[in-house]
Design a protein around this ligand. Sequence first.
Ligand SMILES: NC(=O)c1ccc[n+]([C@@H]2O[C@H](COP(=O)([O-])OP(=O)(O)OC[C@H]3O[C@@H](n4cnc5c(N)ncnc54)[C@H](OP(=O)(O)O)[C@@H]3O)[C@@H](O)[C@H]2O)c1
Length: 318
Amino acid sequence: MSRPVRVGLLGLGTVGGAVAKAMGERAKRLEASAGHPLELAGACVRDATKPRGVDARLVTDAFEILDDESIQIVVEVIGGHRPALDLHLAAFERGKHVVTANKEVVAKEWRVLHEAARSAKRELRFEAAVAAAVPVVAAARALGAVRPRILSGLVNGTTTYICSRIEAGAGFDEALREAQAKGYAEADPSADVDGWDAAYKLSILVSLLEGRWFRPEQVSRTSLRSLTVDAVREAASRDRRIRYLAVADFGERATKARVGPEEVSSSSLEGQASGPTNVVRIETDLAGTLTFMGPGAGGDATASAILGDVIQIARGLR
Ligand SMILES: NC(=O)c1ccc[n+]([C@@H]2O[C@H](COP(=O)([O-])OP(=O)(O)OC[C@H]3O[C@@H](n4cnc5c(N)ncnc54)[C@H](OP(=O)(O)O)[C@@H]3O)[C@@H](O)[C@H]2O)c1
């Protein structure tokens, strides 16, 4: 039998909990895909006394995971810039592969993280950081031969939900509260409604398609707070809808990227979306227009992408 691959989780919240649960419930499927049994070696949390309902060794010091020589893959699902950055770097220094759903640290620290992975000869994988279950990171990597022309779509479920609820007559604050109650919203709603979350994701996709770092500050952001109920109603009277679009225009000289509320046709995939469904369209020269759509948030959908990355790494291990 092949040797188990041991995985350490940093974070056991919505996403980490779903990863732990899936590892417990579908061990046979994971082993068949990875070519090794996958073992959950432990999980780092802030509060070890919180009830979790998952069977994992809990620690509150991340270095108990990072210094464990039996662990080959670290999954960081804490989120945010720090301490995530330091934990990724410490993992590479200790010869571990890193898988993450954390778009903020990947977008902000693209160069530092890729260089650390390269010098450690280890992998940094982040499929879950953009559009959760929808494999757009893999797609962008696979499109190395094409010239992208336009990338556009919906990459933030909270703003889609808010736009669709305003269409149905809700006020902005009421719609935001509902999105938080449904678990779509990030802990800090500014990350969603002021466009940071979408900007991080767009920065990652453009960086992959261009083969060089496109910084999140290069994405121009218009807050959803600028959207008025009147604008939504006026658009509806012309059979149009307003959605929080992420757009990159790969011009001849420079790439321009923006996120903000824009009009779309009511019958388009974007116009029809009302919650965490993400849509990403990539117009290219060689490959025509490719469209990706599916669940862009939620614990299980994100765990699917994370475990896909873990499997890819495990397949390369002896
Ligand atoms: N939720 C989604 O649908 C989704 C989708 C795609 C990507 N993501 C990304 O996935 C990441 C995790 O999101 P989430 O929704 O799972 O967040 P979450 O529910 O808030 O979970 C965060 C986890 O990290 C732990 N934690 C926080 N600070 C820590 C620290 N300093 N040291 C050790 N542990 C710490 C928390 O511990 P306690 O449990 O003890 O508080 C918790 O277990 C984020 O980068 C997010 O953007 C989320």
